[in-house]
Design a protein around this ligand. Structure first.
Ligand SMILES: [Zn+2]
Length: 113
């Protein structure tokens, strides 16, 4: 994997020299989570101060988005889409619908950011 700002690793997560690099991967991920928390807080503040959005409205949106993957577990790991042709639920990472073969699956907005 080669992510900007991160040490270079191969597909198995090994550092350029070949040794496992899990400690650095964990530190990298911790920094990313803290950065995402910072941006989340900033966006929440802007929504509340500039647009008058309430905490209850934000909580409601979080709850709705949490349930979009079919499981309310505080994550949005398993994003799924409804096939526009047959309406069945399909993993959004699939190239095509496993039920009808439609290859024009729409990726939800939140998965494109
Ligand atoms: Zn389909």
């Amino acid at each position: 994997m080669n992510i900007p700002g991160r040490l270079r690793t191969d597909a198995d997560g090994h550092a350029a020299g070949g040794a496992p690099n899990h400690g650095e991967d964990i530190e990298y991920l911790k920094r990313r989570v803290e950065r995402l928390k910072l941006y989340s807080a900033a966006l929440t503040l802007i929504l509340m101060e500039k647009l008058g959005v309430t905490q209850a409205e934000i909580d409601k949106a979080v709850d709705m988005i949490d349930g979009m993957d079919g499981i309310k577990d505080g994550t949005m790991r398993r994003m799924v889409v409804n096939c526009p042709r047959c309406g069945k639920v399909v993993n959004q990472k699939a190239d095509k619908c496993m039920y009808c073969g439609n290859d024009a699956l729409e990726v939800p907005f939140l998965e494109r950011i």
